[in-house]
Design a protein around this ligand. Structure first.
Ligand SMILES: Nc1ncnc2c1ncn2[C@@H]1O[C@H](COP(=O)(O)OP(=O)(O)OP(=O)(O)O)[C@@H](O)[C@H]1O
Ligand SMILES: [Mg+2]
Length: 251
């Protein structure tokens, strides 16, 4: 079964000139791809190629100019709050910049509790247990639970955001550069864990790191200025000019 099917997705951003004239910037052009359940699809491309825009469209945060999107065989419905709640129980995203998506007044415990309480209505002993499980999974020490989340290091906060998204057991998860703040040892450990989670979760894995994409993903697509220019298996090498450049740019 397909976890995700995207057909003919196009998106234009509205832009305004210095004199206030409205124009359009075509950020995604004719994007079509699918993701099998239990698999991970890598999404690569230079900065500004449209990766986060695509992720935000899939999550319903941006209304695309034109697209046909299906999750698990059905068109995603996000018209009402009830529909959005139902959707976010199944689909989650870990954002590119963890600091900006964490409420600065909340402790780590409260950050982890947020979706469990608001989406799944879990409380009491079960809530504490789910939070403890998520912490164990993502190596978040107990002593951090009552610390304010934004005081954590980039790698620690990154793990909290991953744990928050996984704690509600979604069926589909977008990771937007979510491992880039981790040291190499932690990247290796988290990739091993995410591979285990593929039994339950289908992933869209956005990364600039070809090494990580090849280690984790079952397919990789390459975006260039909003267009898919290449699709490879992790065992294959890129052959397009941009893909070759990316592969050679490893220091
Ligand atoms: N709200 C907006 N209005 C106009 N243009 C935008 C808007 N948001 C993003 N853009 C532009 O769209 C393009 C794609 O941005 P996007 O954030 O999707 O790129 P990206 O591939 O995620 O880049 P990075 O690897 O740096 O995260 C960029 O040129 C960006 O400046
Ligand atoms: Mg981005």
């Amino acid at each position: 079964m397909l976890a995700l099917k995207v057909s003919e997705l196009n998106h234009n951003y509205e832009v305004f000139s210095f004199f206030g004239n409205k124009g359009y910037f075509s950020v995604l052009k004719d994007i079509s791809f699918s993701l099998e359940q239990g698999r991970a699809l890598g999404l690569m491309g230079l900065s500004g190629s449209g990766k986060s825009t695509l992720a935000n469209i899939l999550m319903g945060f941006i209304q695309p100019t034109h697209a046909y999107i299906e999750f698990f065989g059905q068109r995603a419905r996000m018209g009402t709050l009830t529909e959005r709640r139902a959707f976010y129980k199944q689909a989650q995203m870990v954002f590119q910049d963890p600091v900006s998506c964490v409420n600065p007044s909340l402790s780590v415990y409260e950050v982890l509790a947020e979706p469990l309480v608001h989406l799944l209505h879990i409380k009491g002993a079960e809530l504490t247990e789910r939070i403890q499980q998520a912490c164990e999974m993502f190596q978040i020490a107990k002593k951090y639970l009552h610390k304010r989340a934004i005081l954590l290091s980039g790698g620690e906060l990154g793990r909290v955001c991953l744990a928050r998204a996984c704690a509600i057991a979604p069926k589909f998860l977008i990771l937007d550069e979510s491992l880039s703040s981790f040291d190499l040892v932690l990247q290796h450990q988290i990739i091993t864990l995410l591979k285990e989670l593929k039994k339950e979760i289908s992933f869209l894995f956005i990364t600039h790191d070809l090494r990580l994409a090849k280690a984790f993903c079952d397919n990789i697509i390459l975006l260039d200025k909003g267009k898919i220019v290449e699709r490879i298996l992790p065992t294959q090498s890129f052959t397009s000019p941009l893909g070759k450049e990316l592969a050679q740019a490893v220091l």
